[in-house]
Ligand binder design. Structure first.
Ligand SMILES: [Zn+2]
Length: 507
């Protein structure tokens, strides 16, 4: 090549790209971005057992036999620390899983950059702009922290009204869970205006179709497995319908997050029978998703926990201390028992009725003491502690702990999800497998002078998106190189920037 023309050519390209860059330097909205080509996996299913540590799965296994989770070929440990310290909450842990960024406890897919609140793009939003259908399913209120982090951005998890609005405006195709009380008439109107069909019962769930479905199956959280009646909609039914709807929705596949949100609540209450029943339900859903992935080869299934709750131990003695028969014989949550006692029920009789177990005088006294406490959870907690001891397990606290939690994976790209890792690694690897299949090899010579040129070759191609994702997502921009990859100039490099670079690469 003639050297002179080569240099002129490069200069010309730089000029065109700078001009082009000026024309795209606008306020990006995720819905304006369309990633057309995509070498990644078609369907991604992330299953979150909220608060589920290895002890929770192990006691469930002792009670019910081998778990579906054990069939997953790749396994690792997730470190869960947040910017608040070693003990995270579900908001910060969920944000890390959903966005690849650590944040402070209570925050929903937002981070502080120089005291300013910045929204961080989630995997679900990235999936959406690559043409996939999206869904969130949970046994908690659908506005609770774990579903919220995937499709809303607020500074505090308690802003559930605002989260509800954002979930609807984000137009997540499928939203199934509890939380009817959060959705006022105005919000339901807004949902319908946005094309949602709104359903409240099993029958309506079975018959719902269309592009957008909002299912609210309980006023607040969906009742514990042990407290359900035959009208209660469970996690498996919601999951089956969600997959059925999402499959029809897009030939580019789907992104679905399914949360068993009440393993955590049961562990907070030290309610071992509910921990087992909720984990068992979750494992059945894992089994269903694995079957789906075996039949639909292009599906990645990731099972993980956001943090451990309760500091549960498997046994309080050597040998065979856990009495699975006693656990399986418990017919209600400790919350239900506490309510009945508060309403005047005799502690001994109520516990006997639901568990078949006899309380000692000392245990009765513990329950009566707890009834006098100002803490509204004290009575339920006391019952949980007493029953745990009787069946041979013990919880260390009523809060979360900082121990690493399990992650398991099956399907294309599953081999990336093993070893010791952090939620933020899992997030970025999920994005990597979803967009690029996970196995791409690229060479980077350093960031170029053109905005979006991550490998310094004076043009924008999908390698730049790949490098930005794998080497830069999760950063608060501090130098000019990083600023050149912060496509929307919001001070961070997140999935939005990757999406913008991918779109530019193709235009
Ligand atoms: Zn919790």
């Amino acid at each position: 090549m003639n050297k002179k023309i080569g240099i002129l050519g490069v200069l010309f390209t730089v000029f065109i790209l700078i001009a082009f860059q000026a024309s795209v330097a606008k306020n990006y909205a995720m819905e304006d971005i369309t990633i057309r080509s995509n070498s990644g996996v078609k369907n991604v299913i992330i299953l979150v057992g909220d608060g589920m540590g290895l002890a929770h799965t192990e006691v469930t296994k002792i009670c019910h036999g081998p778990l579906n989770m054990e069939d997953m070929p790749y396994m690792g440990y997730e470190l869960t620390d947040s910017l608040s310290g070693p003990v995270t909450d579900s908001a910060a842990a969920g944000t890390a899983i959903a966005t690849g960024f650590k944040t402070h406890n209570r925050m929903i897919s937002t981070i502080k950059v120089n005291d300013k609140l910045v929204n961080v793009t989630s995997l679900l939003e990235l999936a959406k702009c690559s043409g996939k259908a999206t869904g969130l399913v949970s046994t908690t209120r659908i506005t609770h922290a774990t579903p919220a982090v995937f499709a809303s951005h607020v500074k505090h998890r308690d802003m559930e009204e605002e989260i509800a609005n954002q979930l609807i405006e984000e137009k997540v195709n499928v939203l199934f869970g509890g939380g009817k009380k959060i959705f006022s008439d105005d919000k339901i109107k807004l949902a319908k205006k946005n094309g949602y069909k709104v359903v409240y019962t099993r029958e309506e769930l079975e018959n719902v179709d269309g592009k957008y479905a909002l299912g609210l199956f309980s006023d607040s959280h969906i009742p514990y497995v042990l407290d359900r009646d035959d009208k209660t909609v469970g996690l498996l039914e919601m999951t089956k319908k969600a997959i059925e709807l999402l499959e029809k929705d897009s030939d580019k596949g789907f992104f679905l997050m399914i949360e068993s949100g009440r393993i955590d609540h049961a562990a907070h209450a030290n309610d071992i029978a509910s921990v087992v029943a909720e984990t068992k339900e979750f494992d059945e859903v894992v089994g269903y998703c694995l079957d789906y992935a075996r039949k639909n080869k292009n599906t990645l299934v990731i099972v993980l926990s956001d943090h451990e709750t309760g500091g549960l131990g498997v046994g309080i003695d050597y040998g065979d201390p856990v009495d699975e028969k006693k656990i399986l014989n418990i017919k209600a949550s400790t919350g239900t028992m506490a309510k009945e006692i508060k309403n005047g029920g005799d502690p001994k009789e109520v516990i006997k009725k639901y568990t078949g177990l006899d309380l000692t005088n000392e245990e009765v006294k513990k329950i009566k003491d707890a009834m006098g406490s100002d803490n509204k959870y004290a009575l339920g907690n006391a019952i949980g502690e007493i029953l745990s001891e009787k069946v041979g397990v013990r919880f260390m606290s009523h809060k979360h702990t900082g121990v690493p939690v399990p992650i398991m994976a099956y399907g294309p790209g599953a081999e990336h999800f093993r070893g010791f890792r952090h939620h933020i690694d899992t997030s970025k690897e999920t994005a990597n497998v979803m967009l690029f299949g996970g196995d791409r090899v690229v060479v980077a010579n350093g960031v170029g002078v053109i905005k979006g040129d991550a490998n310094g070759n004076y043009r924008i191609d999908s390698d730049d998106a790949y490098i930005t994702l794998n080497q830069h997502v999760g950063k608060i921009t501090t130098n000019d190189n990083e600023k050149r990859l912060d496509m929307d100039n919001n001070g961070i490099i997140d999935y939005m920037d990757v999406a913008i670079i991918m779109e530019m690469a193709e235009s």
